[in-house]
Design a protein around this ligand. Structure first.
Ligand code: SF4
Length: 478
């Protein structure tokens, strides 16, 4: 698993200062966010669907061992094979060994966040396999050697000129910038040959149906369907939570996923895969392999406070609704999963100590909770992680707060527990901050509270408490 190497603060500051990226990610709001609202308003019983979606996920996660067993049996009955990988290393090794055994030369990938989690494309390229992303956004990201910016729109931060530079080696500053359909045709031309020579595909899984062993893939570009029908070997990779019990449940989940992701009633392609090609079928892969990865999910499952995050269907609606994500962008979150859900999943999967600033990167406005199609209470979990960062929960190694910080909060708590103590504390604090106060405003607070005034002025602590001022007024009026 890749560690979180990006410092949230510095990366966020860079993005905030980049006018071009700010303009590009505005689309997250004007496009996805508003389309989702319109789609929800147009859907009768939208709230009933959300409640149903939540109930399906709650039930499935509560009985995950049962449904994983059922899924494995169903896939094998359909002629496919199943591999349970404990972590990203095991999953990568399994896929690379398979590719070696089948003498694969070219691997095409269809969008998959789990394969990003594995670092699969880089690992396969390093092993000598030509490994190419076929989702347009992922292809652009691969050419730019970056990580995805958004769960469903990986290259949303790139301008048309950026994409033209990546797709056309001869493109120079000042040249006419191709429009979106011209850029798509350029990518299509490059990718056609890759599809033709690919002998293995790796795709993600939007949902795996336990009762039938079916894999559902939702795309708008058709690359998912090409990837699952042209190469002779198809490997589908999924996190162990991407499971629904039945086809009826799948129908509910597809309705809420697609509307929440892009605002469409249905995506251009919904591909269902039921194992390898049957003898009577003309198309399809000769082999189908399903890789189900844990990679820390067991930790989430065992953690009562964090378990709800396994309900996530990766629609991206919480990112589009989040006022912080919409300004700091996806790369500030440092790992595969950005935005509010990334601020929960990444610290638990990679270690809270390495990602302690992610749960703090929220105004706790609750927009993510309102937007989430399966009603995940993200603010509650962010608060829980903040508490663990401060107190260390049961594992004190998680704690990142300094002794000074903890001392200050202990004093604050002590002061807040009694009226007299509060008044004395407020008076002493006001006196201590007097040298930094001008015209009733604290402009530059001293450490360790300097962060509070780094971007705004803070009202000076009043010399008299509200109670004493009102008390005096009441007495005077009597
Ligand atoms: S947390 Fe909810 S809104 Fe965010 S990506 Fe997951 S399902 Fe979508």
């Amino acid at each position: 698993m890749k560690p979180l190497t990006v410092n949230f603060r510095s990366k966020a500051s860079q993005t905030l200062a980049d006018a071009q990226i700010q303009q590009s990610i505005e689309h997250v709001y004007t496009g996805f966010f508003q389309s989702r609202l319109a789609a929800a308003a147009d859907t009768p019983d939208w709230e009933v669907l959300r409640t149903k979606g939540k109930a399906i996920k709650d039930h499935t996660i509560a009985h995950l061992d049962y449904y994983l067993g059922q899924l494995a049996d169903s896939v094998e009955a359909n002629g496919g094979s199943v591999f349970f990988a404990a972590d990203a290393v095991e999953a990568r090794k399994h896929i690379i060994d398979l590719a070696h055994r089948r003498e694969i030369k070219t691997v095409i990938k269809s969008k998959s966040m789990v394969s990003e989690e594995m670092g699969l494309a880089e690992a396969m390229n390093a092993e000598g396999f030509e490994t190419i992303e076929t989702d347009l956004g992922e292809y652009i990201i691969q050419l730019a050697n970056e990580t995805p910016y958004h769960l469903i729109a990986p290259a949303v931060h790139k301008s048309r000129a950026d994409v033209a530079k990546l797709l056309d080696d001869d493109f120079k500053e000042g040249d006419r910038i191709p429009d979106a359909s011209e850029l798509t045709m350029m990518a299509r031309k490059k990718l056609r040959g890759v599809f033709e020579r690919a002998d293995m595909s790796v795709t993600g899984v939007n949902f795996a149906v336990a009762e039938s062993g079916s894999i559902a893939l939702v795309t708008n570009e058709g690359n998912g369907r090409m990837s699952t029908s042209v190469p002779r070997v198809h490997v589908a990779v999924m996190g162990m939570e991407k499971i629904v019990p039945s086809i009826q449940d799948l129908s509910t989940m597809l309705r809420i996923l697609i509307r929440s992701a892009t605002g469409q009633r249905i995506s251009t392609y919904v591909t269902m895969i039921n194992g390898p090609r049957k003898p009577e079928e003309e198309e399809g892969p000769e082999e189908f392999h399903l890789v189900i990865m844990d990679n820390g999910r067991q930790k989430l499952l065992e953690d009562e406070q964090m378990r709800e995050s396994l309900n996530c269907i990766r629609c991206g609606a919480c990112l589009n609704a989040c006022p912080v994500y919409r300004k700091v962008g996806g790369h500030a979150y440092g790992w595969v999963y950005p935005g509010p859900i990334g601020a929960i999943v990444s610290p638990v999967l990679t270690g809270l100590k390495d990602a302690s600033n992610l749960p703090a990167a929220s105004s706790l406005c609750g927009a993510c909770h309102v937007a989430c199609p399966v009603k995940i209470n993200i603010p509650r979990m962010l608060l829980e992680l903040r508490w663990r960062t401060a107190e260390g929960s049961t594992d004190k190694k998680e704690r990142t707060s300094s002794i000074t910080e903890r001392g200050i909060w202990k004093m604050w708590r002590f002061g807040m527990m009694g009226r007299k103590r509060f008044d004395i504390g407020a008076r002493l604090s006001g006196l201590a901050l007097l040298p930094f106060t001008k015209n009733g405003w604290l402009k530059k607070a001293p450490p360790p509270i300097s962060g509070w005034t780094s971007t705004r002025d803070f009202p000076a602590i009043a010399s008299k408490s509200l109670k004493s001022r009102f008390g005096k007024r009441d007495r005077n009026s009597r």
